[in-house]
Ligand binder design. Structure first.
Ligand code: UD1
Length: 325
């Protein structure tokens, strides 16, 4: 039995491919390499192609005896999703429905979906529990919520069991620095902090210093990418024993503010982080962190690492890979 990982050459995908291999599973990756890197696969089996290619996916699933799919392949920039909404609906929703269609046709039984805490929008309360009604505030978040809904209906009508994992703020790199994030394709805080510290971009803009938080800056639940990867292995273990579809958060349950990220980075790197304060970014909530107890209860998963390991591994990775892979 093989696990098909779409988008396995991307950031979270490549860490998951590695964890799946370490768990003893046979893996094949389907990636267009539009933003992914074949080097990130560390030798795992790669098919270059599109998730929307029905014939390719059905053939691959049948030939390789694929029982489970872990689906990462998607566009992920919130800002770009607002300027190019149809590109996001087409790729993230259209691509996913084509993939699910092919999966069902080829007899795939289990599906793990890379969703996002972005589906909650500005949460009405923290910690965020899964029973909060999603209220997406971007096209990107809407596409994640739409695919969750598609999976729920396909579960009901076709019996495809799924786990939707709503990630909080993924960050960090592998502990041996073999793989990490490509900072040319991200707008997230941690890689931007590293880039500014290494003098590879202008100073970081701290968006807002008047939030109702302990130091006035935004607070988020940063989760180590290796922990996230292990969450996918646990989700497959859960489905493998026949359990029903599930949607759950993957977060640590603890928040860090932007200024806490900066001061820890300064300590770890021994360098100052060039930064300036600017206005709040539109749509940014003050505080978001997860209640991760459902994942612990149902999947037997909990985050092992915190902000120190995240920033330490991110620093080691970026400072040794300033030109990426
Ligand atoms: C991110 C993702 C979202 C994802 C969610 C998971 C983006 C734009 N958003 O949102 O897709 O689903 O996490 O919960 O990719 N900040 C600065 N300066 C910067 C960049 C960020 O001060 O240059 C601050 C933000 O205001 C925020 C924090 O850093 O307080 C984290 O920002 P970011 O990494 O963009 O993540 P989120 O906005 O939480």
């Amino acid at each position: 039995m093989t696990v098909l990982v779409t988008g396995g050459a991307g950031y979270i995908g490549s860490h998951t491919v590695r964890s799946l291999g370490e768990s003893g599973r046979e893996v094949v990756v389907l990636d267009s390499l539009e933003t992914g890197h074949s080097e990130a696969l560390l030798g795992a089996d790669l098919v270059v192609g599109e998730i929307a290619d029905f014939d390719l996916v059905t053939k691959l699933c049948r030939e390789r005896n694929v029982r489970s799919i872990v689906h990462f392949a998607a566009y992920k920039s919130v800002g770009e999703s607002m300027s190019h909404p149809l590109r996001y609906f087409s790729n993230n929703v259209g691509g996913s429905t084509a993939l699910i269609d092919a999966a069902v046709a080829a007899g795939v039984e289990q599906f793990v979906f890379s969703s996002s805490a972005a589906v909650y929008g500005s949460p009405a309360r923290v910690p965020v529990t899964e029973d909060l009604l999603p209220r997406p505030e971007s096209v990107y978040a809407e596409t994640k919520w739409m695919v969750e809904r598609v999976l729920s209906w396909i579960g009901e009508t076709r019996g495809l069991r799924s786990v939707c994992l709503r990630y909080f703020n993924a960050a960090g790199a592998s502990f041996d620095s073999a793989i990490g994030e490509d900072w040319s394709v991200t707008t997230n805080l941690v890689p931007i902090v590293m880039k500014a510290t290494l003098g590879k971009r202008p100073p970081l803009e701290v968006f807002g210093s008047d939030y109702p938080t302990r130091d006035g800056t935004g607070e988020r639940d940063y989760i180590h990418v290796v922990d996230l990867a292990e969450g996918h292995v646990k989700a497959l273990d859960y489905l493998d024993v026949g359990k029903p579809s599930l949607t759950c958060n993957l977060g640590t349950g603890k928040g860090s503010t932007v200024l806490e990220v900066l001061s820890a980075t300064e300590r770890i790197s021994g360098c100052g982080v060039p930064h300036v304060f600017s206005a709040r970014r539109a749509g940014d909530p003050a505080v978001v962190f997860a209640d991760p107890s459902l994942a612990e209860r149902e999947l037997g998963w909990r985050a092992r690492y915190g902000i120190e390991e995240i920033l330490q591994t991110a620093w080691t990775w970026h400072s040794t890979h300033v030109d990426g892979y």
